[in-house]
Ligand binder design. Structure first.
Ligand code: NAP
Length: 290
């Protein structure tokens, strides 16, 4: 077996579980920017970014950064500036996620090799499972009714929208799905869901117990928000800006539940396996085996 030197820098509970997976496979794992009791004793805890310079592979956070200045390190008090990271990482291959366009340019400018896991269909599709389960968990926790027999609207029919609609349908919900393409609308009715074209969305908004948004673009303006019943639970799954302006939604009495980063929160072990699987696909393409 290949014993690769792999650094894990920052990240959430998924990365603690990933660390264990990599150790179990015999790799030499270096950790920086995570402090957690479950980090295996076999991992090398680094005291500075200098210590990871020799690692051929670096697994950086998903999302890489939330503020475009520092890495996402929710499990540590250490603040790692992106500039510092660039200096330490310029000879390594970086695995990361959800890189902004601006940061993509900076990686390119510095000739640092990287792969954004969120650009891979394999990751996004597999991640849609814990995301959908998490969305359902949030819906159950925040309502007094069953999903069975409830009116559910899923906004968007991409990777998350498809899996979520499928799971809601399996629970006995009455599922409507919004899409803008006629092909998606045809698939939506073929699966037995109620198809809602984006252009007609406003006409339907008053009847749902749950609205799950997977569209990362404002599709519900003030006029649309006013149509949503105060009994409706709106669960925001999409990344910024989301489908609705949260301030306007709250001001107008919408029961708004933000639900970011669900895989890491509701199923960190499963999410770690997904990252491991996708990392092994990337390494395979590079002629290396995990
Ligand atoms: P996706 O496969 O790209 O699907 C996005 C959907 O949004 C598609 O149906 C797309 O329609 C629609 N859409 C995009 N822009 C639109 C616009 N301007 N107007 C109307 N519809 C628009 O993405 P995904 O993998 O399902 O992910 C969806 C979102 O959830 C992303 O923001 C992602 O970052 C986020 N996410 C969140 C979590 C979490 O834990 N909360 C987990 C995973 C992903 P078309 O196909 O017609 O373009």
């Amino acid at each position: 077996m290949n014993h690769l030197p792999i650094a894990i820098i920052g990240g959430d509970l998924r990365y603690v579980r990933l660390c264990q997976l990599l150790i179990d496979k015999g790799h030499n794992v270096y950790v920086y920017g995570i402090s957690h009791p479950d980090i295996p004793v076999q991992a090398t805890i680094c005291s500075s970014l200098e210590d990871v310079k020799s690692c051929k592979y670096i697994i950086a956070p998903i999302p890489f950064s939330k503020d475009n200045n520092t890495l996402f390190t929710p499990l540590s008090n250490v603040s790692i500036s992106i500039e510092q990271f660039f200096l330490a990482a310029n000879n390594s291959f970086i695995l990361l996620g959800a890189l902004s366009n601006n940061l993509k340019l900076q990686f390119k400018k510095r000739n640092i090799q990287y792969k954004d896991l969120m650009d891979m269909d394999e990751t996004a599709i597999l991640n849609a499972i814990p995301t959908a389960e998490g969305a359902i968990q949030y819906a159950m926790q925040n309502s007094e009714i069953t999903l069975h027999d409830s009116e559910c609207l899923v906004l968007g029919f991409g990777r998350c929208g498809k899996i979520l609609a499928h799971k809601l349908y399996g629970l006995g919900a009455k599922v409507s799905v919004e899409a803008r393409s006629s092909k998606d609308l045809a698939f939506i009715s073929t699966y037995g869901y109620n198809p809602i074209p984006l252009k007609d969305l406003k006409d339907y908004l008053d009847k749902y117990h749950f609205i799950f948004n997977t569209i990362p673009a404002i599709v519900l303006d003030i006029e649309a928000i006013r149509k949503i019943s105060q009994d409706t639970l709106y669960i925001e799954l999409a990344s910024a800006p989301g489908g609705i302006d949260p301030c306007a939604a709250k001001t107008l009495g919408v029961n708004y539940i933000p639900a970011p980063s669900l895989p890491g929160k509701v199923a960190p072990k499963s999410a770690a396996k997904i990252i491991y699987h996708c990392f092994s696909l990337i390494l395979h393409d590079m002629g290396e085996f995990l």
